[in-house]
Design a protein around this ligand. Structure first.
Ligand code: ADP
Ligand code: MG
Length: 905
C-alpha cells in the first residue's frame, strides 16, 4: 500500500493518484488566464542545477503539498540533560523514513518526501524544500512555503535566519530572494514585498506596526487574495530586502512585548510578489527555433504574476489549559483555531475533497490563492530530538502525515510474528515441561521399585541367614546332645561293668585302669564342653555381627531412599519455576495481544479510509484482524471511538491493569510501563481512568517498594494529572498524600521529577488549592528541592508558578484574602534564592511566580522583608524576556507598598 506508493514516487511519478487526477484548488477561480504557459513541459522549466534528486519532479505537481521533516541537533541543554537517553526519533534519510520511538521496544515508521537529519545544511534544506516553489513562482504561479513545529525546533532558523555573520546559515527567505533577484531583470520586472504578523485572528503590518487589523480582500472574479492595507515595498537589491526582514523582526518582537506574549504564539507571513514581462523571453525562444523575427513585434506583452508566501507558523505545542504559562484561554483558542483550520484545509486537499474549509480562519483565507490548485506548496516539519518532548514531536509528525495522506508504516506483522513466536516458544516449553514431568515420574517409579527390591532382597537375605544360623545351632545343639547322650551311655556302661559279678583277672586289672581312665575322660569331657561353649559363643558373635551389618545395610537403603525424596523435591521446585515462567510469558502475550488489538483497530480505521478512497483492497494478512475488530463493532449505534474503548475495556486494558497487581515484579514493571505509555496519549487517558487505572497506579505508589515502579507510575499519574477531572480524582483518592510519601522516600532524580511534575499539574487547578495545601502538597514540593537536579527544580518552580497564578486569580476575584499559602508554607526563601537561577526553565517559572505573588498587596510585607522586592526590581530591569520584564515593572509600579519601600531606600 503505502510502500508501493512511496516507491513509485521515487521513480519520479506521483505517489498518490488521487491528488493528481483531479488537482483541487482552494481558489474557486484559478487564474489560468494570466498564466502564460502550463508547467507540464520540463523543457521549458528553469534549470535547477542545485536541486536534488526527485525533489524537483514531484514539486512540479500542482496542488500537491510536499512535506519534509527536519530534525534540530541537540542543543547544549539537551546534550547534558538527555545524555543518558536516546533521541526520540531515528532518521533513515536514504529511505526517506522516520522512526518515532514509542518506548524501548517499539517504534512507528513514517514516510516523508524528504527527511533532513540534524546534519542537513541550510543550503540543502533550501534546495529541497523551497527551490522548486521559488522556481514555479518565477514561472508565474503562486507558491507557499511553511514551517510547522513546536517552539524551539527551528522554524525561524529554517525560514528566517539572515546569516549575516555566517553566510552558510542563511535561511529560506534570504536564499529565495537571492534566486528571484538573480532571475529577473529589474528594467522590465518588479518585486515587491509585504511582511505581516497574524496574531489572535488579527493581521498586523510588521513594516508599519501602527497599521493593525488589516482586512483581507478577495477578488470575486479571479479569486486573488490581497491586503490593500499592508505596506508593499519594492525590492531592488538583496541588501534592502535583508534590511526589511530585520526591521520586520524588530517590530514583531516589540509588538509581541506590548501584547505581553511571545513571538512563538503568532504567525509571521512574508509575501513576495513577482511581476514579469515575458515578451522578451518568448521572442528569444521563437528565434532559437528559427521562427519569423516579425513575430516579436506582433506578440502582445504579457505580464506574468507570481506570489510567494513564506509562513513561519506559531508554535504547534498544546497550550496549557490552565493558562499557567501566561497565555489566556482566548489566545490558546485562536492559535489552535488557525493551525487546526490549516490542518483541515491541507487534509481536504490531500483527500481531494470538494469542500476546502478556507473560511474557518484568517490564515487559510490569506493562503487561499497560494495553496492547492495550480500553486506549489512545501511544508517543512521541524522537530527536536529530546525524548522529553516525544508527545509534541509525535503530534507534529502526525500533522505532516495528515498532509501526506500516507499510511503510517506500522510494523503490524512484527507484532503478529512476535506473538506467534512467543506462542511457539510457549508450546515448546509446555511440551518440554510435559516430557520432563513424565521422565521425572518414571525415574521416581524406577527408584522406588529398585529400593523396594533391594529392601526385600536384604530382608530375604537376612531371613535366610537367620534361618541358616538357626539350623546350624540346632544341628550343633542336637549333635552336642547326641554326644552327651553317648557319653552318658558310655558312663552307664562303665558303671554297668562294675556291677557285673563275674570278672576275669584281666577284667580286674582292667577295672583299676578303667577307674583311672574314667577320671581322665571326665576331665577331657569338661574341657571339650568348654571348647564347645567357646565355639558356640564365637558363632553367636559372628551371627550378631552379621545381624549388625544387615542392619547397617538397611539404614543405608533408608538413607538412599531419603536422598531420592530430596531429588523429588528438587524436581518439583523445577516444575514450579517452569509454571511461573509460563505464567510470565502468558502475561507478555496478553500485553502483546492488547497491542495487537490496538493496532488492529487502527488498521481497520486505515482500511476504512482506504475504502473511502476507492481502493478497497486489503492484504490477506490483515483480514482476520479486521474481522476481529469488526466483530467488536457490530452493535448498531456504536461509533468507532466506542469500539476502541470497548476493545481496551474488554480485552486489552483490563488485562494490562490486572497485571499491575501481578506477583511477578518484572511483569508488574512491564505492565506499569505499558500503562504509562498509554497514559501519555490524551485519547487513552479517559479509558485508563474509567477502567480503574488511576486507582491501580496510586495503589502501586502505596504498595510497591520498587523505585522503577514508583518512577513510571508517578510519570503516568503526572500525565493523567493534565486533565481537570483527573486532577480532582487524584486528590479525591488521597493522591497528594501518596505523592508526598513517594517524594520523601525517592532518591532517583527522575522519580522526583515525575512526582514534582504531577504535583505541579495539580497546582494549576483553581478548585483544589486549599485541599492540596491542606494535605501537604506545597511542603512536599519544597521538600524535593533537596535533590538539586535542574529538571526536578524546574518542576518544583512550575508548581509554585501554577499555584501562585491560581492564587492571584482567586485574589482578583475576591475569593481569597490574606497572604499567600506559599508564603505561609515557607516557600519564599527558596523562591528568592532561585529567582536568578542559571537554568532558564527554573528562572522563568520563578520570575512568573514572583510577579503573581506581587500582584496581591497582602504579600507585600513578606516580600519586602524576604528580599523578593529586590528580585522583582532586578527582573524588571535585567530579565532577558521583555514580556516578563514589563510585567514585573507594571506590578512594581502598581503596588503602593513597594513604591513606598523603594522611595524609603
Ligand atoms: P522556532 O522558531 O521553531 O521556535 P528557532 O528557529 O528559534 O525555533 O530555534 C531554536 C533554537 O535552536 C535557536 O537557538 C536556533 O539557533 C537553534 N536551531 C534550530 N535549528 C537548528 C539547526 N538546524 N542547527 C543548529 N541550530 C538550530
Ligand atoms: Mg520562531
Amino acid at each position: 500500500m503505502a510502500t508501493s506508493g512511496g516507491g513509485s514516487y521515487r521513480n519520479g511519478t506521483h505517489r498518490n493518484s488521487l491528488k493528481v487526477d483531479r488537482p483541487f484548488s482552494m481558489n474557486s477561480n484559478p487564474k489560468t488566464s494570466v498564466k502564460s504557459k502550463p508547467l507540464s513541459s520540463s523543457g521549458l522549466r528553469r534549470s535547477s542545477t542545485g536541486s536534488i534528486g526527485a525533489a524537483k519532479d514531484d514539486a512540479g505537481v500542482p496542488g500537491r503539498v510536499r512535506v519534509a521533516v527536519r530534525l534540530r541537533p541537540r542543543n547544549t541543554e539537551e546534550l547534558v540533560a538527555d545524555a543518558d537517553f536516546a533521541d526520540c526519533v531515528e532518521l533513515q534519510p536514504e529511505l526517506k523514513r522516520l522512526k518515532l520511538r514509542k518506548n524501548n521496544w517499539d517504534s512507528d515508521t513514517y514516510e516523508f518526501d524528504e527527511v533532513l537529519t540534524e546534519f542537513a545544511s541550510q543550503k540543502r534544506v533550501y534546495e529541497v524544500v523551497a527551490k522548486p516553489v521559488v522556481e514555479s513562482v518565477l514561472d508565474g504561479y503562486n507558491g507557499t512555503i511553511m514551517a510547522y513545529g513546536q517552539t524551539g525546533t527551528g522554524k525561524t532558523y529554517t525560514l528566517g535566519r539572515l546569516g549575516e555573520e555566517d553566510t552558510a546559515a542563511r535561511g529560506i527567505m534570504v536564499r529565495a530572494m537571492e534566486d528571484i533577484l538573480a532571475d529577473v531583470s529589474l528594467e522590465t520586472d518588479s518585486i515587491s514585498v509585504s511582511y505581516l504578523q497574524l496574531y489572535m485572528e488579527t493581521i498586523q503590518d510588521l513594516l508599519d506596526p501602527a497599521n493593525d487589523n488589516i482586512p483581507i480582500v478577495e477578488d470575486s472574479k479571479t479569486g486573488d487574495v490581497s491586503l490593500p492595507g499592508a505596506n508593499l515595498v519594492e525590492i531592488r537589491d538583496q541588501k534592502s530586502f535583508v534590511e526589511l526582514l530585520r526591521l520586520g523582526e524588530a517590530h514583531r518582537f516589540a509588538a509581541n512585548t506590548k501584547l505581553n506574549t511571545e513571538s512563538s504564539r503568532s504567525h509571521a507571513i512574508l509575501m513576495v510578489h513577482v511581476k514579469r514581462s515575458v515578451k522578451g523571453k518568448h521572442s528569444a525562444l521563437s528565434s532559437e527555433k528559427g521562427s519569423n523575427l516579425h513575430m516579436k513585434t506582433l506578440r502582445p506583452a504579457i505580464v506574468r504574476k507570481g506570489k510567494l508566501v513564506v509562513v513561519d507558523l506559531a508554535g504547534s505545542e498544546r497550550i496549557d489549559k490552565s493558562g499557567s504559562e501566561g497565555h489566556t484561554l482566548e489566545e490558546a483558542k485562536s492559535i489552535n483555531l488557525s493551525l487546526s483550520a490549516l490542518g483541515k484545509c491541507i487534509n481536504a486537499l490531500a483527500e481531494n475533497s470538494v469542500h476546502v474549509p478556507v473560511r474557518d480562519s484568517k490564515l487559510t483565507r490569506l493562503l487561499k490563492d497560494s495553496f492547492g490548485g495550480t500553486a506549489r506548496t512545501s511544508l517543512v516539519i521541524t522537530i527536536g530530538p529530546s525524548p522529553r518532548h516525544r508527545g509534541e514531536t509525535a503530534s507534529t509528525i502526525m500533522f505532516g502525515q495528515r498532509v501526506e495522506n500516507m499510511l503510517k508504516l506500522k510494523e503490524e506483522f512484527d507484532y503478529k510474528s512476535l506473538s506467534r513466536g512467543l506462542d511457539i516458544q510457549l508450546d515448546k516449553l509446555i511440551s518440554e515441561h510435559e516430557r520432563q514431568q513424565k521422565a521425572f515420574e518414571n525415574e521416581i517409579e524406577r527408584i522406588t521399585t529398585e529400593a523396594q527390591n533391594r529392601i526385600s532382597e536384604v530382608e530375604r537375605n537376612y531371613e535366610d541367614a537367620l534361618e541358616e544360623e538357626r539350623v546350624k545351632y540346632q544341628r550343633d545343639y542336637m549333635e552336642s546332645i547326641k554326644k552327651l547322650e553317648e557319653q552318658l551311655v558310655k558312663n552307664q556302661q562303665k558303671h554297668g561293668f562294675e556291677k557285673v559279678p563275674v570278672r576275669s583277672e584281666d577284667d580286674c586289672s582292667a577295672l583299676t585302669s578303667n577307674t583311672e581312665s574314667s577320671k581322665i575322660s571326665a576331665v577331657e569331657e569338661v574341657s571339650e564342653l568348654k571348647k564347645l561353649l567357646q565355639k558356640e559363643s564365637l558363632l553367636r558373635k559372628a551371627a550378631e555381627e552379621e545381624v549388625n551389618s544387615l542392619k547397617s545395610q538397611l539404614a543405608q537403603w533408608k538413607r538412599s531412599e531419603a536422598s531420592g525424596n530430596s531429588e523429588i523435591i528438587k524436581l518439583r521446585k523445577m516444575l514450579e519455576d517452569e509454571a511461573l515462567q509460563k505464567e510470565k510469558l502468558e502475561g507478555e502475550i496478553a500485553i502483546l495481544h492488547s497491542q495487537l488489538l490496538q493496532i488492529s483497530s487502527e488498521a481497520d480505521e486505515t482500511r476504512r479510509r482506504l475504502d473511502r478512497g476507492g481502493s478497497g483492497k486489503v492484504p490477506g494478512d490483515l483480514d482476520s484482524l479486521f474481522s476481529q475488530v469488526k466483530l467488536q463493532q457490530q452493535e448498531p449505534g456504536n461509533g468507532e471511538k466506542a469500539s476502541v474503548a470497548k476493545l481496551f475495556e474488554q480485552v486489552g486494558l483490563q488485562k494490562i491493569l490486572s497485571l499491575l497487581e501481578s506477583e511477578d515484579s518484572d511483569l508488574r514493571i512491564h505492565a506499569v510501563k505499558v500503562v504509562a505509555n498509554l497514559a501519555a496519549e490524551e485519547t487513552n487517558q479517559e479509558k485508563i481512568v474509567e477502567a480503574g487505572g488511576l486507582t491501580s497506579l496510586l495503589m502501586l505508589l502505596r504498595s510497591s517498594e520498587n523505585e522503577t515502579i514508583h518512577r513510571v507510575a508517578a510519570g503516568a499519574i503526572a500525565n493523567l494529572a493534565m486533565n481537570e477531572t483527573n486532577q480532582e480524582l487524584i486528590m479525591g483518592q488521597g493522591g497528594i498524600g501518596l505523592l508526598s510519601i513517594t517524594a520523601a522516600n525517592a532518591e532517583d532524580p527522575q522519580t522526583l521529577r515525575m512526582v514534582a511534575g504531577a504535583i505541579a499539574n495539580l497546582c494549576g487547578n483553581d478548585k483544589l488549592q486549599m485541599k492540596l495545601r491542606g494535605e501537604g502538597g506545597i511542603k512536599a514540593l519544597l521538600g524535593m528541592v533537596r535533590c538539586r537536579h535542574p529538571d526536578v527544580l524546574a518542576q518544583v518552580a512550575r508548581g509554585i508558578a501554577n499555584f501562585a497564578k491560581c492564587e492571584s486569580r482567586a485574589s482578583m476575584q475576591g475569593t481569597k484574602t490574606g497572604r499567600s499559602l506559599l508564603i505561609e508554607d515557607g516557600a519564599l526563601p527558596w523562591i528568592v534564592q532561585n529567582a536568578n537561577n542559571e537554568a532558564s526553565p527554573i528562572r522563568r517559572h520563578i520570575e512568573l511566580a514572583l510577579c503573581h505573588l506581587a500582584q496581591h498587596e497582602a504579600n507585600a510585607k513578606d516580600m519586602i522583608s524576604g528580599g523578593a522586592l529586590w528580585e522583582l526590581v532586578r527582573i524588571s530591569r535585567d530579565c532577558s524576556r521583555e514580556d516578563i520584564r514589563t510585567l514585573a515593572h507594571r506590578t512594581l509600579t502598581s503596588c503602593p507598598a513597594f513604591q513606598a519601600e523603594m522611595r524609603r531606600l
